[in-house]
Design a binder for this molecule. Structure first.
Ligand code: GLV
Ligand code: GLV
Length: 325
């Protein structure tokens, strides 16, 4: 029986699928997550791994685990994995696209509304006993109707966010992407622009791209300085795409208006982060895909990826199909 190391407790759907397909499972039991050496050691005793987006499947891990038959990431993003090295070692790498698109776009949209209408800041005030009267100038937020949405990375999740904002608010949609997206142009009249235009023209910039050398640290002091001082920055993709200190400074100095983050840099965010002291900032703990349906479907796809890899069939979410060539 091939053995799979599952690096956290995940929802049962995929685990049941693997057991039915006669895999033996080593499911990490601890409430604490495995250390890097525990990760390496358990993987060495397994034939494949089902791992999380914060497990470092780097060159050192792979050097010690060249025997693996599959690396199945429980996420759509896979920046935690050294994919070129896994490919060179002949190891198929899987991810879980599509099923988390709507849930993640919901978090981006929810963060936008929460920032624009001061949902979290005003709620804090109630809890702290600071709601005394109805004030005509209290908690003044921002209207969203007719605003310009700048999507960085018009993939599936970017499309789903654009659809929400176009449908709800007739927003004008501009985007950056590696290739033109005719579907977005047809559905929302979206226009592809360069990064500088995205920064200059957007009332809301929402990040939906993957983390790569090109996107790491892209939203820094210089980028925020080019945005409107009324702009809202939303990031539900990867925290390392923005520089946290630069973002905090930009909001403190009024160079942009606010931010909604489901991903932070670093992750987890420090409770003493300057961002958390700012009323126009809303932060959630990387919960884009956190619905029961979505996490169960991710669990199933991650399991199907494993079964298919053992049959040398294309994975459902296949990061490195060239590995079979
Ligand atoms: C979540 O961030 C994912 O990549 O699935
Ligand atoms: C990737 O995150 C995508 O949804 O395109």
């Amino acid at each position: 029986m091939p053995k799979i190391f599952v690096t956290r407790q995940i929802l049962a759907k995929g685990l049941d699928y693997l057991r039915q397909a006669s895999f033996e499972l080593d499911v990490w039991a601890g409430p604490a997550f495995p250390t890097q050496s525990e990760l390496v050691a358990h993987a060495r005793q397994a034939d494949g791994i089902l791992c999380m987006l914060d497990d470092k499947i780097d060159a050192s891990f792979l050097e010690q685990n060249q025997h693996l038959k599959v690396i199945s990431n429980y996420a759509v993003g896979y920046n935690n994995i050294d994919v070129p090295m896994a490919t060179a070692l002949g190891i198929p790498v899987g991810n879980t696209p599509d099923v988390l698109t709507e849930a993640t776009a919901d978090i981006a949209f929810a963060l936008l509304l929460a920032v624009a209408r001061k949902i979290v800041d005003s709620n804090h005030d109630i809890r702290a006993g600071r709601w005394h009267d109805w004030h005509p100038t209290g908690y003044l937020g921002m209207d969203l109707k007719g605003k310009t949405l700048g999507i960085m990375g018009m993939g599936r999740i970017g499309m789903a966010m654009a659809k929400r904002c176009f449908g709800a608010y007739d927003m004008e949609i501009i985007y950056t992407a590696n290739t033109a997206k005719p579907a977005a142009e047809q559905a929302f009249g979206a226009r592809q622009v360069d990064f500088a235009t995205l920064l200059h023209h957007s009332d809301i910039v929402s990040v939906h791209s993957s983390l790569s050398p090109q996107t790491t640290g892209l939203f820094d002091r210089a980028a925020f300085a080019q945005m409107k001082n009324t702009a809202i920055f939303i990031n539900t993709a990867r925290g390392a795409i923005h520089q946290e200190a630069d973002l905090a400074e930009a909001i403190q100095q009024g160079r942009i208006w606010g931010a909604g983050l489901d991903v932070t840099n670093p992750e987890p965010m420090s409770p003493t982060s300057a961002l958390l002291a700012l009323p126009n900032v809303v932060v959630t703990p990387h919960i884009g895909s956190a619905t029961t349906w979505t996490r169960n479907e991710m669990s199933l796809i991650a399991a199907q990826n494993i079964v298919r890899a053992f049959r040398r069939e294309p994975l459902v979410g296949f990061v490195n199909p060239q590995v079979y060539e």
